[in-house]
Design a binder for this molecule. Structure first.
Ligand code: HEC
Length: 208
């Protein structure tokens, strides 16, 4: 060991930068297999940042544990959920959902633009089973006064909502809004008694 460090000292004489002409100071007595270590201070910016972090951690800890001026994850979550609820409430207020009361449905049925809107939906999603003109194919004729599930506006609305899944009539609640279903009731009312060509034979009860 000693011989080795003598040799090292020969290789790096006193005047060398390694021995203190700069701030690169070798740690004395540290020599392992000829490997030596400098004793350099941490850069000023690093030390400064370190103490800022330490100071910040104290503020943060006090803020989160004692004085409550730093929000925890749970606080943030609760605040976001409140904001979401508020948005939903505002949306629900701005867009009241349609209530299928007999009065409300009667209004929709009397509204020509709703009939038109219902006709479009009908052609797009109902005609394949009930016929282009409601004459009936797989599904019953919708133009005659015979109804399997009742012939009031509310009955028809409810069949659209829940379907008769076992008999092949899909439930539309998930795919059509209440307004769209009401518009379909209006359209079905508008084709009542039209007796289109190829009409399917009556099914269900005669509703006067
Ligand atoms: C996949 C075929 C199919 C589609 C699509 C379909 N229906 Fe039906 N629908 C049926 C069948 C089958 C029945 C008869 C159910 C029964 O026998 O109880 C029926 C029954 C009905 C009834 C009740 C009739 C009665 O006599 O009580 C109404 C009203 C109706 N459908 C309207 C619609 C409307 C409006 C649409 C479009 C949103 C639609 N259906 C889409 C097959 C379909």
């Amino acid at each position: 060991m000693h011989a080795m460090s003598d040799r090292e000292e020969q290789q790096y004489p006193e005047s060398s930068t390694l021995y203190g002409d700069t701030h690169d100071q070798l740690i004395q007595g540290h020599s392992y297999d000829g490997i030596k270590e400098y004793d350099n201070p941490m850069p000023g910016w690093w030390v400064w940042l370190f103490w800022v972090c330490v100071a910040f951690s104290v503020v943060y800890y006090v803020g989160i544990e004692f004085m409550d001026f730093v929000d925890t994850y749970e606080d943030d979550l609760a605040q976001s959920q409140q904001a979401l609820e508020a948005r939903r409430a505002a949306y629900a207020e701005a867009n009241p959902s349609f209530e299928p009361t007999p009065e409300a449905l009667a209004d929709v049925v009397a509204n020509a633009s709703m009939v038109e809107q219902g006709a479009e939906t009908y052609t797009a999603v109902c005609a394949s089973c009930h016929g282009q003109q409601g004459e009936g194919i797989i599904g019953p004729n919708l133009t005659d006064p015979y109804w399997i599930h009742g012939g009031t506006n509310v009955d028809i609305f409810n069949v659209l909502t829940d379907g008769v899944v076992a008999k092949g009539m899909p439930a539309w609640e998930g795919n059509l809004t209440a307004e769209e279903r009401a518009a379909l009731v209006a359209y079905i009312r508008s084709i009542e008694g039209t007796d289109p060509p190829g009409a399917k034979e009556p099914q269900g009860e005669l509703v006067e």
